[in-house]
Design a protein around this ligand. Structure first.
Ligand code: UTP
Length: 276
């Protein structure tokens, strides 16, 4: 039912300079796989195979990653090394990939609005690939797609963060519907701890209904002069309904060095456990 997934990847990744000077942060590997490939795998596991990227200058490596590499593949054909490309080959066969550009970095809301041309008039997923998520039983996006079937409204993934970190997130207030589900009543972008309505922070997974585009168009730039998806979602929540879902699983903020190192250690442990 939801087939499309948008990946806003236009940001500069300044927290990861100098690594991101000439390389997109989404191509940074955790073990041997780029962050963006983990994100696309999560989308596919949720049934979303029409993949749209909102990209920008210096991000060509992302397009090249989701394409064949004739010389390389010819070179390793018939050797044991071919196996290393099985995962990415299967994604290329399963998915379609479309690209549009955000010319100026005017915020996540603006990036999503630029993606309208790839999405059209249907509900869609959004993945911020620098948030690396591992669901407990199902992927995080898969869990959210299941909820969408029940509620048919926009859904944001949330997790509890220490109060002194609210300034790094959009933070919600909501009426608890169940242990993991809240109906959003308020949302604040990057609040100081004393202004935060809760410690429930929005992470980089969303299901959005297509009316979000009109709402984004009518939303004024907010914090830092950027068009904030949080502001548009609050407008959508006030006019109708937005749900916030405390997902089952783990998330690593791989846009920060500390989160990236934690993700790498976690994945290495998992690999060691699998390989005995
Ligand atoms: P971030 O603020 O985490 O990413 O935006 P950033 O700007 O790339 O990184 P720092 O803070 O400078 O280190 C969240 C997501 O939204 C996308 C980014 O690519 C990232 O995936 N984004 C943000 C855009 O695509 N366009 C924007 O104008 C802003």
């Amino acid at each position: 039912m939801i087939k499309k997934c948008l990946f806003p990847v236009a940001g500069y990744g300044t927290r990861f300079l100098p690594a991101t000077k000439a390389m997109p942060k989404e191509i940074l590997p955790v073990l041997d796989k780029p962050l963006v490939q983990y994100g696309v795998e999560e989308a596919v596991e949720a049934g979303l195979t029409d993949i749209g990227f909102v990209t920008g200058r210096g991000k060509r490596a992302i397009e090249d990653h989701f394409d064949v590499s004739y010389e390389l593949e010819h070179q390793i054909a018939g050797t044991g090394k071919e196996k290393a490309l099985d995962g990415i080959r299967s994604l290329i066969e399963t998915c379609t990939f479309s690209y549009t550009r955000q010319i100026e970095m005017k915020g996540l809301g603006d990036a999503i609005l630029k993606g309208r041309t790839l999405i059209g008039d249907e509900p869609f997923g959004v993945v911020l690939a620098d948030d690396l998520c591992f669901g407990s039983r199902q992927g995080v996006l898969h869990q959210m797609v299941s909820l969408y079937k029940q509620f048919r409204c926009s859904i944001v993934a949330i997790e509890e963060v220490p109060k002194d970190q609210t300034h790094a997130y959009g933070v919600i207030a909501g009426e608890a519907i169940s242990e993991r589900l809240f109906r959003v009543t308020d949302m604040v972008e990057k609040p100081a701890p004393e202004d935060a309505p809760s410690n429930l922070a929005i992470i980089g997974r969303y299901i959005l209904t297509p009316d979000i585009f009109e709402i984004l168009e009518a939303t004024e730039p907010g914090k830092n002069g950027e068009l904030q998806i949080t502001d548009a979602l609050l407008n959508q929540a006030r006019a109708g309904c937005v749900m916030a879902y405390k997902f089952e699983g783990r998330r690593f903020d791989c846009g920060s060095v500390a989160g990236y190192v934690a993700a790498t250690n976690y994945c290495f442990e998992q690999l060691r456990d699998r390989e005995g």
